[in-house]
Design a protein around this ligand. Structure first.
Ligand code: AMP
Ligand code: ZN
Length: 136
């Protein structure tokens, strides 16, 4: 896509702090890091979200993400690391080219700790299961 910032980075038309590149995948530093070393892994092909992405590109991204996660974790002296992937605005997606965040974490860094867990009412879990499985 011509006006997609991540496609422009893939084509070399916009700068990035490149970490890794192969035929399918590109990885670079996030310019607005939650913590230093916050890294993005993207397929070179343009897909807006997880829902459209080709399995081959997703698999390639995850394989690369695993290697880079180990490097980021070690290099930043992190105590933990989040792999995060947002889809659509209600989930916090701002760039409409699928990307995986690798976020090195430190105790007390102020990013989300654990979310406030809800619970299922009586029979609700079974209904949810039925609705999801009916679409597979
Ligand atoms: P999301 O909210 O999951 O869509 O995250 C988009 C991420 O892309 C944000 O963390 C931004 O800081 C990051 N970002 C946006 N533009 C660029 C860019 N040109 N280079 C690197 N990271 C970017
Ligand atoms: Zn794109």
């Amino acid at each position: 896509m011509t006006d997609c910032i991540f496609c422009r980075i893939v084509r070399g038309e916009a700068p990035c702090g490149k970490i890794y590149e192969d035929d399918r995948v590109l990885s670079f530093l996030d310019i607005g890091p939650i913590n230093p070393g916050h890294t993005l892994v993207i397929p070179k092909a343009h897909y807006a979200t997880l829902f459209e992405a080709a399995p081959e590109d997703l698999c390639a991204c995850i394989a690369v993400a695993e290697k880079i996660a180990v490097a980021v974790f070690g290099a930043m002296g992190a105590g933990g690391l989040n792999l995060l992937q947002n889809n659509l605005r209600p989930a916090g997606q701002r760039v409409d080219h699928i990307h995986f965040h690798l976020i090195p974490r430190h105790v007390g860094d102020g990013f989300f700790p654990n979310w406030p867990a809800k619970s299922y009412g009586p029979g609700e879990m079974e209904k949810v299961l039925e609705r999801i499985k009916a679409r597979l």
